[in-house]
Design a protein around this ligand. Sequence first.
Ligand code: GDP
Length: 210
Amino acid sequence: MSERFTSDQLLAGRRLFSAPSKFIMGVAKLEQLPPAQGAEIAVAGRSNVGKSSLINALTGVRGLARASNTPGRTRELNFFSVDGRLTLVDMPGYGFAKASGKDVKAWQAMMRGYLRGRANLMRVFVLVDARHGIMAGDAEMFDLLDEAAVTFQIVLTKIDKLKPSELEQVLADTQAAVGKRAAAFPGIHATSSEKFLGMEELRAEIAGLL
Ligand code: GDP
């Protein structure tokens, strides 16, 4: 989808992510949320969707999002500063087969509280594994976002695993599934963190929010 972005927009994206992003804090309880100031975006997705890899590729900081994958941190909202101009929030992965009902409830309460109350949250990028497309847990996430009236945009991950025809199919299916959602922002990003595909465009999209 590079045709959607001008060279100026791509340059703005590159600039935004040229300085190393920094970890600010992990938040396990809503009371610990940092003050809502400046522009904020969040990244969400099922566990194993490639969220850490994408954050690392996007920011160019190897291992930046590792904190969120270490035991005890997987249930936290992790806050990062991008060039001191933007806060990027790594939301806890969902869709754990092993999670208990109580854990799921706690997760939902935390997500709902964060999404509803965050006035400076400009957009949530929901990552979807291009090999699997939208799954049950994603639909629940979309429900939360619709309910909180937070705009979200789909980012397909791991597209290096797909043939061009398969990618076209998943793009069409995903578009059809989210097109009906009130909070869905048009345009799907197709990315591979491993091959650095679609990353410049995603950077441009984020820079365009500032
Ligand atoms: P998270 O649980 O969502 O943070 O997912 P990770 O970033 O830890 O990635 C989960 C798995 O997917 C790891 O084995 C990664 O190496 C793999 N992965 C992540 N991004 C890509 C990608 O762009 N292409 C491929 N082929 N594998 C990827």
